[in-house]
Design a protein around this ligand. Structure first.
Ligand SMILES: Cc1cc2nc3c(=O)[nH]c(=O)nc-3n(C[C@H](O)[C@H](O)[C@H](O)COP(=O)(O)OP(=O)(O)OC[C@H]3O[C@@H](n4cnc5c(N)ncnc54)[C@H](O)[C@@H]3O)c2cc1C
Length: 429
């Protein structure tokens, strides 16, 4: 999404642009597939009404009509019990039993005072002033222990596969600004957006960029067996790939290129038509689990999506998609898909006895680089990169590790790179 957004922006302002993509299709971690009578998302799951750029891109590609609202209900765990809440109605945090009334009060007080000057919630560099402390002590001080342990930790873990304890306060500050936003779903699949964007652009798929070297104000790209020269290159790949590709990075680049990632495995389970969720969870679009709870969040699953409540499809049987924890994804790295399915079904059986015999189909998608980690310092590194990168530099880095760890953040970094090229091209050498 970062590369496509950059390319689309430059192309529409008159630049000649070429996209070199190693996969057979565009989209990267936005990937939709047909499964068990539905189109499911194997990578990015939910756009949000709080996003700034993604909805505009859908609009520009003529796809705005495919955006729908997912059910607002989700479930969180507290001491072995799942509690059904609606984030747009915070009172449900208490009526469901997830938080005590005093914990809800602490959360409300802390969230209101989180205000401050409005910032662009898609731009991680804008949160550099908050990037000074780990999130856990800050959240506990500001919003209380109950909300930190039972709501915020599970949110970070369910969405990004890491814990509040290893995250910067800057990320939580940005997430708090999504209060009142709603989860969306795309009829026909989210990857209809990158595919539509690619149709308007000059895209060469199935080609791997191996090395980029800057020489005499131009960039030499080693693309499979060819060498191609460009005036500018926007390197929109995850940090470890960018680190291999960019020859002789400077100190600012080296800092951001060290970004590490959480892994996950996305497991889809197609259910028998007679199977349905336990009544108490009716209508939830998903379950978010903290790694610190002991019954549900026991090391294997970080989050689950209930497809019928993400996007309803007439007559389609239920599909559950589970996203595994970083530690489980690493543990299963050498195991077969069948083994992963067996372990996941065993995990579900221990919680919903009898469910195993209702699983009729399955699919496994592995993401070694699922989400860039966001420890203290990353927002400041990105901000420094944006401010101090020498103007002669012809390779620009973008992607979610250079911004917020979600699609809208990735797009913002691509648009930043395109703006910078426009600005420098206007000025001339
Ligand atoms: C399971 C999961 C769930 C998620 N859920 C959400 C969600 O609900 N909402 C949300 O907004 N975000 C979500 N995300 C995050 C979101 O998917 C990413 O933040 C976003 O897609 C990253 O976009 P990107 O352009 O930075 O990188 P990528 O999507 O990784 O794109 C990089 C591209 O570079 C290509 N490439 C890599 N190396 C080379 C090379 N050497 N030569 C040529 N091409 C190369 C890749 O093939 C790929 O197409 C989720 C991610 C995962 C994995």
């Amino acid at each position: 999404m970062a590369g496509l957004a950059a390319a689309e922006s430059l192309y529409s302002s008159g630049f000649k642009v070429e996209i070199v993509e190693q996969a057979a299709v565009v989209g990267g971690r936005v990937k939709s597939v047909a499964f068990h009578g539905r189109t499911i998302e194997c990578g990015a799951q939910f756009p949000s009404t709080g996003y700034r750029h993604i909805p505009q891109l859908f609009e520009r590609m003529g796809l705005a009509g495919s955006i729908e609202k997912a059910s607002p209900w989700a479930a969180y765990e507290r001491k072995g019990q799942l509690h059904k809440i609606n984030p747009r109605r915070p009172i449900t945090f208490m009526t469901s039993g997830l938080l005590r009334w005093n914990e809800l009060f602490d959360l409300a007080r802390g969230s209101i005072s989180n205000g401050g000057a409005p910032r662009d919630r898609s731009c991680y560099a804008a949160y550099a002033p908050d990037d000074v402390e780990e999130a856990l002590p800050w959240c506990t001080r500001k919003m209380g222990r109950g909300a930190s342990e039972h709501l915020l930790d599970a949110t970070i873990h369910g969405f990004y596969f890491y814990s509040l304890a290893s995250t910067s306060r800057a990320l939580v500050s940005a997430l708090m600004s999504f209060r009142g936003s709603e989860a969306l779903a795309i009829r026909g699949g989210w990857d209809s957006l990158p595919r539509a964007m690619a149709k308007t652009l000059n895209v060469r798929t199935g080609l791997c960029v191996h090395r980029l070297i800057e020489q005499a104000g131009r960039v030499k790209a080693f693309v499979d067996k060819d060498t191609i020269e460009y005036d500018w290159v926007i390197l929109a790949v995850p940090a470890p790939a960018a680190n291999r590709i960019l020859v002789a990075p400077n100190a600012l680049e080296s800092c951001v290129l060290q970004t590490r990632y959480a892994s996950t495995v996305h497991v889809a389970l197609g259910m028998h038509p007679d199977w349905s969720l336990p009544k108490s969870l009716n209508g939830i679009h998903g379950i978010l689990l903290s790694a610190n709870e002991h019954a549900w969040g026991e090391g294997l699953v970080a989050s689950m999506v209930v497809e019928s409540a993400r996007l309803s499809v007439v007559n389609a049987p239920e599909t559950l998609t589970l996203m595994l924890t970083d530690s489980a994804a690493r543990r299963f790295a050498e195991n077969t898909d069948d083994y992963v399915i067996e372990e996941v079904v065993k995990w579900l059986e221990a919680r919903w006895a009898g469910i195993g015999s209702s699983v009729v189909s399955h699919r496994v998608q592995r993401w070694n680089l699922a989400e860039p980690l966001t420890p203290v310092g990353r927002a400041r590194n990105v901000q420094q990169y944006r401010i101090y990168l020498p103007t002669q530099r012809k390779v620009l880095l973008c992607g979610d590790y250079m911004g917020m760890p979600w699609t809208d953040g990735a797009v913002e970094t691509g648009l930043w790179a395109a703006d910078r090229i426009r600005m420098l091209a206007r000025k001339g050498p």
